[in-house]
Every structure is written in structure tokens, then in C-alpha cells.
Write a protein that binds this ligand. Structure first.
Ligand SMILES: *Cc1c(COP(=O)(O)O)cnc(C)c1O
Length: 387
């Protein structure tokens, strides 16, 4: 986020006086425009700058980060600040909350967010009021006296959906800022800022990077003052991204629309096949009409994402065996890469006790859906027998 950088690019995301589609923004925003400039912002590896320019030291800024920030900001019509990881981005936002203030948070957020909130509570840094995000009235009721509403939708890995429109409207009426962890939906699947949220956060490690080769996070906000505050957090906490990572992430962003579209269509197809499989107890995917909040997801989501969670008719050991028995699908944590990955979430001690031990999270990649299904079916057969 920087004035100077915005000037170096044509107005990002706008052409012929109208806003481009997000796919066009992903392919074009964040390029140099000066005659003779390279078409892609180079990877600038430096820790310092020759005196007299706008940036003095590399903890304050880097041209490669700025190019990525321009592109990500344009995707949501805001100002983006990139961080060394998704969790660093989350911490920068939490760091802006005044000491001992109360925030609202989902009862099942991403395990890293949950662990950090527990730490902050234990240190009396913040008070956390945990809410069931499916209970919209309960979330709104809990807002009294809070200074921040933290949302994540869909949640990792239970795929819970918050009624973003209603909750954000209520928080705005009460003048309480809202932050949304948008990692699972990306800017293509839903636009929290357009719905009125103050912060849209993503782990760029996942879909934006898209190739499982980097860690990065981003916060996007409409308010320039908030973006500057976050930049200051980054500079003083030292949660600065590497230039290689931002360069790779911008390259990844160029194909995000294609990758995400394929991941979403594969995910819906696989979710439907799993749902009619007798070895599966239930499937959690917001694109399925059977998802308890499918109708709410449809209200604010343009795509339902590439992650499918499902619970097998078996025990934790059999769920582990499923994950160990794939050959195309990689048995690994994380999500949002071009390759399909699978894991039993309960294998992590930090995962919430409400996550069933036999729940498997599948991050669907861009392989041919028939090959993914064949692999999954074979692994289910090893652990649970034929369908
Ligand atoms: C992975 C993830 C994060 C943390 O991002 P890192 O880049 O791993 O630090 C935060 N929120 C969600 C929903 C995630 O899936």
C-alpha cells in the first residue's frame, strides 16, 4: 500500500472507465506501466536502499511486495498489506485491538487463530466471546460492548458458514469493525469488503500462491488509515514478507481464476459422489444443497471453494488408513494448491475437540476429477471395503 506505487500503475482494476472482472484484474493488475519497463515487476532482493529515495530500509517496503499489494488490493477494491504468513496477517489485525478489550470470535476458527486467541486471553491482552456462527441472532446479541467481530467463513475444517450480510450489517449499525478470514473462499468466492467488512484476510499460502511453495498472508481494507496502521504493525513486529515469496505469489495470482474455477467444480463433483457413497457418514461442503447453510452461502458466495470435509463410517484409525492409501492425492496438511491433498484433521493436538476424529479434509486440486475420484475410491476401499 503506497501512494507512490499506485501512481506507477494505471488505476488498478479499472479499464475504459469500468471495473474489470476479478479474473482480468488477477491477470493484469500490479504491472509496471513506464515505457521500457519490464512487463513484470522484478524480484528485488535487497535489505537497504541508497539514501534519498522514498524507502530507507527493506523492513519498510520492497517493490516486489508493492506489485503484489496493488494486484490483491484491486481484487477487492481496497488497500492490501502483505505479511510473512497468514497468521502474521491475523496477528497484525489483532494487535490493533486496545488492551483488555472484548472481541467476538467463532467457536471453531482455524486452529492457529484459536491457539493465538487463547494465548491473548491468558495474558489478559484481550477478552474473547466465542459464538456459534450458525446462530446469527446469538452472534448479534454477543456484540454489545465488543470492539471487533472476527469471522471466518467457511471455517476450517468444519465448513461452517456465517450469514456475513446480516452479521456485518448489524456490526456496522453498532459501529463495531468486522474482520473476515476469507482464506477458503478467496476474493473470487466472496468479497467481505463489498459486504461492508473492514478487514478481509487471507492466508496467501493457500489459493493465491497456489503451488504449495511459499508462506504469505494479506489483509485488505478500504480505509487507507487502517492500511497504514497495519503497515506500521508489519514494520515494528517484523512480520515482513520475503521478496521471492511475493514474486511467486503474484505469478500464482495470474492463474488463480483458472485454478480456483477447476478446484470448485471438482470439489462439487466429488462432494456429490461422496454424499451418495455408503461408506461416508456425511459430507460438509457449502455448495451441496444438503449443507445446513447452503441457502445463506448462496446469498454472498459466487463460488463455494475447493475444500470438502467428510466423516467416514469408521474410526480414526480407518480415517488415517484412507489418507495413507492414496497415490495421486498427497497425504499432507494445508490446502489451496494445484495438487489434491488429504488429511485427518484430528491428527493435530491443536484441532478443536468438536472436529470429529474420523473427519477427513480434502483440498481438491486441478487434476482431472475422474482420476481424483478413482484414487479416493481405492483408498476408501482399502480402509472400509467396497462401496
Ligand atoms: C492456513 C490458514 C491460516 C494461516 O495461514 P498461514 O499462512 O499458514 O500462516 C489462517 N486461516 C485459515 C482459514 C487457514 O486455512
Amino acid at each position: 500500500m503506497s501512494d507512490q506505487n499506485d501512481d506507477r500503475h494505471a488505476v488498478p482494476g479499472i479499464a475504459h472507465g469500468r471495473r474489470l472482472h476479478p479474473a482480468s484484474i488477477a491477470a493484469s493488475a500490479g504491472r509496471p506501466t513506464d515505457p521500457g519497463a519490464p512487463m513484470n515487476t522484478p524480484l528485488v532482493a535487497t535489505s537497504t536502499y541508497i539514501a534519498g529515495g522514498s524507502i530507507g530500509y527493506a523492513r519498510e517496503g520492497n517493490p516486489t511486495w508493492l506489485a503484489l499489494e496493488v494486484a490483491l488490493g484491486a481484487m477487492e477494491t481496497g488497500h492490501s498489506v502483505v505479511f510473512s504468513s497468514g497468521l502474521a496477517a491475523i496477528n497484525a489485525v489483532l494487535d490493533t485491538v486496545p488492551a483488555a478489550a472484548t472481541i467476538i470470535a467463532p467457536d471453531h476458527p482455524y486452529s492457529g487463530t484459536a491457539a493465538r486467541l487463547h494465548e491473548l486471553e491468558q495474558d489478559d491482552r484481550l477478552q474473547v466471546r466465542r459464538v456459534n456462527m450458525h446462530d446469527t441472532a446469538g452472534v448479534i446479541e454477543a456484540m454489545d460492548g465488543a470492539v471487533l467481530v472476527w469471522l471466518e467463513s467457511p471455517t476450517n475444517p468444519l465448513m461452517e458458514i456465517a450469514d456475513l450480510r446480516t452479521i456485518i450489517d448489524a456490526a456496522r449499525s453498532a459501529h463495531i469493525p468486522v474482520a473476515v478470514d476469507n482464506t477458503f473462499a478467496t476474493s473470487l468466492g466472496q468479497q467481505p469488503l463489498e459486504l461492508g467488512a473492514d478487514y478481509s484476510i487471507q492466508s496467501a499460502t493457500k489459493y493465491i500462491g497456489g503451488h504449495s511453495d511459499l508462506l504469505l498472508g494479506v489483509v485488505t481494507t478500504r480505509d487507507r488509515g487502517l492500511a497504514e496502521k497495519l503497515q506500521q504493525r508489519r514494520t515494528l513486529l517484523g512480520s515482513t514478507p520475503g521478496s521471492l515469496e511475493t514474486w511467486l505469489a503474484l505469478r500464482g495470482l495470474r492463474t488463480l481464476p483458472l485454478r480456483f474455477e477447476r478446484a470448485c467444480s471438482n470439489a462439487l463433483d466429488l462432494a456429490s459422489r461422496l454424499q451418495s457413497d455408503p461408506r461416508i457418514s456425511y459430507v460438509l461442503y457449502p455448495g451441496l444443497p444438503s449443507h445446513p447453510h447452503h441457502h445463506i452461502a448462496q446469498e454472498h458466495m459466487r463460488a463455494f471453494g475447493g475444500v470438502v470435509s467428510f466423516v467416514i463410517k469408521g474410526d480414526a484409525q480407518q480415517a488415517e488408513l484412507v489418507c495413507d492409501s492414496t497415490s495421486l492425492i498427497v497425504h499432507a496438511t494445508s490446502l489451496g494448491g494445484i495438487e489434491s491433498t488429504i488429511e485427518r484433521r484430528g491428527r493435530w493436538a491443536a484441532e478443536h475437540a468438536d472436529v470429529p476424529p474420523e473427519l477427513i479434509r480434502l483440498s481438491v486440486g486441478i487434476e482431472h476429477v475422474d482420476d481424483i475420484w478413482l484414487d479416493l475410491d481405492a483408498a476408501l476401499t482399502v480402509a472400509l471395503g467396497r462401496a
